[in-house]
Design a protein around this ligand. Sequence first.
Ligand SMILES: *[C@@H]1O[C@H](CO)[C@@H](O)[C@H](O)[C@H]1NC(C)=O
Ligand SMILES: *[C@@H]1O[C@H](CO)[C@@H](O)[C@H](O)[C@H]1NC(C)=O
Ligand SMILES: *[C@@H]1O[C@H](CO)[C@@H](O)[C@H](O)[C@H]1NC(C)=O
Ligand SMILES: *[C@@H]1O[C@H](CO)[C@@H](O)[C@H](O)[C@H]1NC(C)=O
Ligand SMILES: *[C@@H]1O[C@H](CO)[C@@H](O)[C@H](O)[C@H]1NC(C)=O
Ligand SMILES: [Zn+2]
Length: 946
Amino acid sequence: MPGKSTLSKALAVAFAVLTVSAIGGMISMMIVFEIQTNNLTMTELPTVPSTTLAPPPVMRLPRSLIPERYEILLHPQFYSRIVEEVNVTTPNQTLFFNGSSTVYFRCHQATKHIFLHSFELSVSPPEVIDRDNNKKLSVLSHQQHDDESDFLEIEMEENLKTNGNYSLSLSFDGEISEYLQALYVSKYTETDLDFVNDTIQERFLVATNLEPTSARRLFPCFDEPDMKAVFQLTVIHRRGTEALSNTRQQRSSSIDEEWKYTQFFPTPKMSSYLLALTISEFKFTTSPENRVTIKTYARPEAIDAGHTRYAAEITAEILKFYEEHFDLQYGMEDLAQIALPDLEPLAMENWGLITYQEGALLYEEGVSSWLHKEVITTVIAHELAHQWFGNQVTMKWWNEIWLNEGFATYMSYLAVDHAEPKFQIKEKMIMDDLHAAFEEDALLTSHPLSAPPNDVQTTGEILGMFDAISYSKGAMVLRMLAEYVKDKAFDDGIREYLKTHRGGNADQEDLWVFIQNARNKESKPTVQEFMENWTTQIGYPVVTINTISGSINQKHFLYNSSAVSNLLWKIPITYTTNISEPNDFWLGERERDGMDELISKKGEWILVNINTTGYYRVNYNVENWDRLLWQLETNPSRIPLMNRAQLVDDAFNLARAKQVDVTLALKSTRFLRSETAYLPWESAIRNLEYFILMFDRSEVYGPMQLYLRHQVEELYNFFKNQTDYSTVPDDHSLQHNQITAIEVACSNGLPDCVEMATEKFAEWMDRNDTNTIHTNLRSVIYCQAVAAGDKKEWEFAWEKFLNSTDTSEKDQLRKALSCTKKTWLLNRYLSYTLDPDKIRLMDVTSTVNHIAQNAAGQALAWNFIRAHWDYVSQGDAASLVMGVTRRFSTPFELQELIRFRDNTEMNGAYRATLQAIEQTQVNIQWVQENHDAVLEWFERETANLE
Ligand SMILES: *[C@@H]1O[C@H](CO)[C@@H](O)[C@H](O)[C@H]1NC(C)=O
Ligand SMILES: *[C@@H]1O[C@H](CO)[C@@H](O)[C@H](O)[C@H]1NC(C)=O
Ligand SMILES: *[C@@H]1O[C@H](CO)[C@@H](O)[C@H](O)[C@H]1NC(C)=O
Ligand SMILES: *[C@@H]1O[C@H](CO)[C@@H](O)[C@H](O)[C@H]1NC(C)=O
Ligand SMILES: *[C@@H]1O[C@H](CO)[C@@H](O)[C@H](O)[C@H]1NC(C)=O
Ligand SMILES: [Zn+2]
């Protein structure tokens, strides 16, 4: 199902939503890939892992025919509501659509064969007309290629002539998907006030999601991003529904009692993947006055309750910001945004009709966490940036999707910072992307930002490009470039790039030229020279300096310590010390020796990569590490915030790659005791998650908890004094850290915290209908109160879960229920997941995984999924196996896993089970190698406590 891979499109953004513990889960996932590629050396490395099936001879359309304009008529057969009336038989919800289209095209090279894309459509015999003399031409055959090309090939009796103008008309029908692909149906419920009693009614809508290759499932077309054309769409739909598409309605009228049609204005020239259509009963909110008319659509109930208000306001701000920043107008008169009950990915940037998951657009005052506004603003900023990067200027081919996604991600930092300066989340967004990219790009299975076009041919290969590399590394490399050429040259360069290529397609070489031209043209290295290896090679370097000898070198950073790689980068080195001003130089070679400026004087530390603007890790000689860590412990503010977080992240990841000792990583968390900023804490907790999973059932856990309790105590009290945990701080990054403080303090047993959570929850239980817990803190307090509580707390949360209709409240409670320490409650909760009236099937996987995340539920969950595999594996079986086995680190657990693999019908979890087996082997080895050192370190650190 392509939807699954497209989910990663939202990764960059979704990352912002993940909780600390969820992010930690990725660490162990990543280790898996190491093993699979263990015996590869760089020279044997395929650039992009592709299927072993031989691809069809030609996957790309020939360039002999170029489309100019489409006229499309679509008629989806569905009812938005099914009203049962006494004498009328229930309407037949057939979920078919039919339509017809004419494409006008020009012939650039004489040919008898017309190739275009079509998939899962039945197509009538086509009619081809020579537009220069209006003669109908004779068609010999039309046939659908039965391979991954999705070609529809039409053979003509005679050649189409060079420079001739032609049209091709056909009609077609297909099925409306129920799996969120192409044209799909989505279902939701609504309270129907027309009835005597309020009744919950089912409602239906249809929507499209066509990126990257699903336009061909809607109508036959030249479905490649540089085959831009004008689209004019007419839709026949039920009366009582509204059809939306990229452009404004041109005309609309009834056809009969049941049907009407709506015709839209022709679009600007654009790529086929950007076409969009929705048909629904939704209502809208209009944004404040703007040059462009902005409407935000959602379920009528959500509109009436004001849930679209925040999105409507912020969209207007951000659109205005981009128009000024790019000095180029958004290319349409109208902008519609719609919150869909079902959509994968998180959002899709269709020009003029942006689609969103409800959670990415709707904000419920008084129910949603304040921090949820960050998600909404970030997603909107990302999608609006695409209206320029992607919609007006498009990459030539999918191998450079980073030009869309990297730019949209990078631009969203600026837009969010502009629209909501008080959030102060620019640094957080950057760190999230930096870590997402670093993690994925340290594997041999990574791919270059700009992959060779031949490696990106099939739909599967194209979908594979929508990952953290294209999104997050893309944004990081752009940030590094902007830092080097300075913002002004960068901004001027992209303005010219956008103006020049508007309506067309470009590749990265075009971009480099414009940015180079915007600087002093003679400046060296040129943008091209600088960028080349960052975008055409996989991975990134670790720079190591030695402050005693004054040497510096670079090396491809890989988790797999036995892999060999000779890659080199042109690295902008910036550095500062505690006694001198920042400075910089280029490192293009592998190694340089005897650099006096890198030799530290007595007591001097050197810090490389100021503000982490370079996309590389840094390692130091032990003496310099010690001085840096000492600085962190004595006066951390001397080291820039982002570097405080990065020093921790580098130390842990260098330890994972066996380039530093594991105790150095642990030492890098000492300074947290007096740290109140979020980023260093987030970095440490994310990295420590793996240690917790490996050791929370062993003797290491006692001293480790004692250490963490000690570390977090001041942070916990800092917020207690400021807010008493009844309110939240103004600063958003402190709001994030307040949640971290509760999570770390309570889960490591700080009595004050446990008491606070218990009391707040008890107050809710007493008052029942009034919940005074701040919306930001609900999730963490529910969990910690249930963890500290007993049957009473659990049953209360369960009642609330059953009776709540609010999705985010339900999710928080469902998670909280898994936090109890009582095994009998966990066991009963597990059994509830077998009853779809209690836990919906779509929620089974995450519920069981939550339970397995709890050390008390780990073994129960593992037994449970084996006993009820037939039922539970109907969900996301792969994720279930990965989730339930995350702690596995003993030979006994390995044996059980192997037995599971051999005795079970896998239902799509086979690959995940193999990965879990390999991960368990990695874990066993890691625990063996590190157990003693880690135990000893924590014991020594805590020797004088308690
Ligand atoms: C249903 O049909 C019967 C006979 O055909 C008619 O008498 C009755 O009025 C109809 N009821 C409604 C609600 O239309
Ligand atoms: C609904 O319509 C489809 C297609 O026209 C047809 O195959 C099916 O039998 C119909 N079902 C009912 C219950 O009328
Ligand atoms: C409305 O509710 C009442 C009491 O629950 C019930 O008797 C009645 O049949 C309901 N009416 C409709 C139209 O559902
Ligand atoms: C790019 O990398 C290759 C090897 O990885 C190296 O030989 C070449 O010098 C590098 N180019 C630049 C401009 O740094
Ligand atoms: C690093 O970032 C901080 C905060 O964003 C900024 O004030 C400072 O000037 C930056 N330092 C350098 C050398 O760019
Ligand atoms: Zn995007």
